[in-house]
Design a protein around this ligand. Structure first.
Ligand code: HEC
Length: 290
C-alpha cells in the first residue's frame, strides 16, 4: 500500500479527494464551495492539518519499529521492498503475457522463411479482454437498438433539436430585446403603448407631428405606406431607417433598444384611421396585410 501511494501522492490524493467530494455534494452555484461557504475552507484546512499530523505520527512510529529490529532484519526488510517489482511493471507483464526474450526459443515455430522465424506468443490478455468487451457491447447494442427499438442517431439528434428549439422560444420570451423585424408582434398592453407614445413624442414628433399626421416625415395615420405597413415593416423602418438621404434615420444605430422600437411601432399602429387635422397627403401605396 505504502509503496503504491508514497507520501507525495498520498497526501494530495486524500486532500484533493476530500475537497472534490465536498465540492460535489455541496450546492454552491457556479462558485467553488470553499469560496461560497467559508466554513468549508476552514474544514479543508482542518482536514489538511489532520493528514499532516497523521503522517508525522505514522512516520515516527515506523521509524521506532525499524529501530527495534536487529540489523539483519532491517536489511531483509529494506531488500524486500527494493526487489519487489512495482505494480506498474506487474500490470504491464500481466496485460501482455509475452514470453521473455530469454525463453523465446521455447515458442519459436518450426518454419523458417529465409531466416525469418515466427514466434507463437500467447494473445496478449489486454487484447483478449478488449475482444470480449466488444462481444458484450454488441449484445447490449443489438438488444437496445434492434430488439427494444432505441432511438437512432437521427432521432436522438431531432429530439435534442426539438428541446433546444423549445428552450430558445422560452428564452426569447424573457429576453425582450431579442425581437427583430421578422419576429416582432404588435404589443397591446396599455403600459407598452404608453411607453411607445413617450418615445414617439420625444424622438419622432418633430418630423411626424405629435398626432402622427406627418410634416417632414410621412403621415403615419393613413393606409398609405412608403416603406410598407404592418408591425414587421414599421419595425424594420424604425430600426434600419428609410431610403437613403430621405431623413428617416436607423434608430437602432442611435441606441434605441429593440424593445423600445417594438413599443413605438405598436403605438404607431394605434394611430391608424385617427384622421388628425392638417394631416399630410398620403404617400406611397395602400398597404394590405397578406
Ligand atoms: C428627421 C425627421 C424624422 C424623424 C426624427 C423621424 N422620422 Fe420617420 N420618417 C422621416 C422621413 C423623411 C420618412 C420617409 C422615409 C423614406 O421615404 O424613405 C420617415 C418614414 C417613417 C416611417 C415609414 C412611413 C411609411 O410611409 O412607410 C415610419 C414608420 C417612421 N418614419 C417612424 C418614425 C419613428 C417611430 C420615429 C421616431 C423614433 C421617426 N420616424 C423619426 C423622417 C423622420
Amino acid at each position: 500500500m505504502k509503496r503504491y501511494f508514497p507520501l507525495h501522492i498520498r497526501v494530495p490524493l486524500i486532500f484533493f479527494g476530500s475537497a472534490g467530494i465536498l465540492e460535489y455534494f455541496i450546492d454552491s452555484g457556479d462558485q467553488p464551495a470553499f469560496i461560497k461557504h467559508p466554513e468549508i475552507a476552514l474544514l479543508l484546512v482542518l482536514i489538511l492539518f489532520i493528514i499532516i499530523v497523521f503522517e508525522v505520527c505514522y512516520a515516527a512510529i515506523n521509524n521506532m519499529m525499524l529501530q527495534m529490529l536487529s540489523e539483519e532484519e532491517r536489511k531483509a526488510k529494506m531488500n524486500a521492498v527494493v526487489s519487489k517489482p512495482s505494480w506498474l511493471a506487474n500490470f504491464l507483464k500481466n496485460a501482455t503475457n509475452a514470453t521473455p526474450i530469454e525463453h523465446e526459443e521455447e515458442i519459436v515455430l518450426n518454419h523458417n522463411y529465409d531466416g525469418i522465424k515466427e514466434l507463437d506468443n500467447a494473445l496478449p490478455p489486454w487484447w483478449v479482454w478488449g475482444f470480449y468487451a466488444t462481444i458484450v457491447f454488441a449484445v447490449v447494442y443489438m438488444a437496445r437498438y434492434h430488439v427494444f427499438d432505441g432511438d437512432s442517431q437521427i432521432q436522438e439528434f431531432e429530439n435534442e433539436m426539438e428541446i433546444a428549439r423549445i428552450e430558445i422560444e422560452e428564452y426569447k420570451k424573457t429576453a425582450k430585446d431579442l425581437v427583430d423585424h421578422t419576429t416582432v408582434v404588435a404589443l397591446t398592453e396599455a403600459s407598452d403603448l404608453e411607453a411607445g407614445k413617450a418615445v414617439f413624442i420625444q424622438n419622432c414628433a418633430v418630423c411626424h407631428k405629435p398626432d402622427g399626421g406627418g410634416s417632414i416625415g410621412p403621415n403615419l395615420t393613413d393606409e398609405h405606406w412608403v416603406l410598407g405597413g404592418g408591425i414587421n415593416n414599421i419595425f424594420k423602418t424604425i430600426s434600419q431607417g428609410g431610403r437613403p438621404a430621405k431623413g428617416m434615420e436607423a434608430w437602432s444605430k442611435k441606441g434605441m433598444k429593440p424593445s423600445e422600437i417594438q413599443q413605438v411601432a405598436s403605438y404607431i399602429l394605434t394611430l391608424a384611421g385617427t384622421n388628425p387635422a392638417d394631416a399630410k397627403a398620403p404617400e406611397g401605396d395602400i398597404w394590405k396585410a397578406e
